[in-house]
Each structure stands twice: as structure tokens, then as C-alpha cells.
Ligand binder design. Sequence first.
Ligand code: PNS
Length: 174
Amino acid sequence: MIQDNFVNRVAIYPGSFDPITNGHVDLVKRGLRMFDEIVVLIAYNPNKVYLFTIEERMEMIREIFSDTKEVKVDSHSGLLVDYLKISGANIILRGMRALSDFEYEFQMALMNRRQTKKIETVFLMSGFKWFYTSSKLIKEVVSLGGTVKGLVPDNVNQMLMQKYNIKNNNNGRE
Ligand code: PNS
């Protein structure tokens, strides 16, 4: 028998989101079929140099999900597991694109679980359309004058053009 005692299922979706892409947005929307609330958490990856400030990244994400009350946005500069402890959540949500993501994700999931046994990482396969979308490539393409329209939300596209001081990034390309 299915129990209908209400349990608020919260997942923390951590990442750099520098910037958020349509692949990330798709993952959040699909994640909401499994969780009642998703916290998009801008966490610190010491191996990355960021283009956007935390505030800029948070603002872009807030705008994108302004109509979805089940999505919260937050940031954290310490260990991810500490954020989970403080917030009382025990699920980490991550996306997996190709096999190349697997080792990195597997290492992080096991290291996080080693810190706190209660934590589980749930992976969603990236949507097929977004297999080749990464924040890194998005920045590279825009910085060199290419277009990423359709791969990122419109507000992100505008912010990217502003950052790279590009007036119109179509350049005659579709
Ligand atoms: O989008 P990214 O850069 O692949 O996300 C990686 C991120 C930010 C989730 C990861 O670096 C992280 O969890 N940072 C917080 C610090 C931490 O807990 N590090 C140990 C990870 S096992």
C-alpha cells in the first residue's frame, strides 16, 4: 500500500554553474518529478577559475526559476557535506553526461558518502539534447565570437555577451 504521509523530499543540486546552461535547467525540471524541492547550490570547486561572481550566478538562476517555488538557490564556500548537515538534507543530485563524467562523479560521490554515511548521490542522465553542452565550452565559444543561443537561457546569453563585451554574437551564424 502506498503511504501518503507527507515527506518533503529535498535534493541539493550542487555545482559551479558558471554559468547555468539549459542542460542544468533540464536536469532541475526532471529532478522535480522525484523531489518536492531542489536547492540549486553554487558550491566552490577549487580547481576552477570563475568567470561570474557568486552573486551574478545566483541572480541568473533565480531569474530562470522565478516561477518555480520548489526551486531554491543558495551558495556555500565550504565542504558540500557540511551544507547538507546544516540544511538537514541527505540527497545530492548530479547530472551525468557521457562516460567521461563517470570517474569524476563516482569519486566525489564516494568521498562525500565517506564523510557522512547518511548521504546518497542520485544521478540523472543528462537530456540527450544537452550531451555536448558544458559551461566551459559555452564560455569558449562566446569568448571567440560564436553563438550559444538555445544552449543557455536568454538571460545567461545576455550576461555572457556583456562579460565578453560582445554587442551581437550572431556574427551571421545561425
Ligand atoms: O560543477 P562542478 O564544478 O563540477 O561542481 C563540483 C562541486 C562544486 C560540486 C564540487 O567541487 C564540490 O562539492 N565542492 C564543494 C567542496 C567539497 O565538498 N569538496 C569535496 C568534494 S568530494
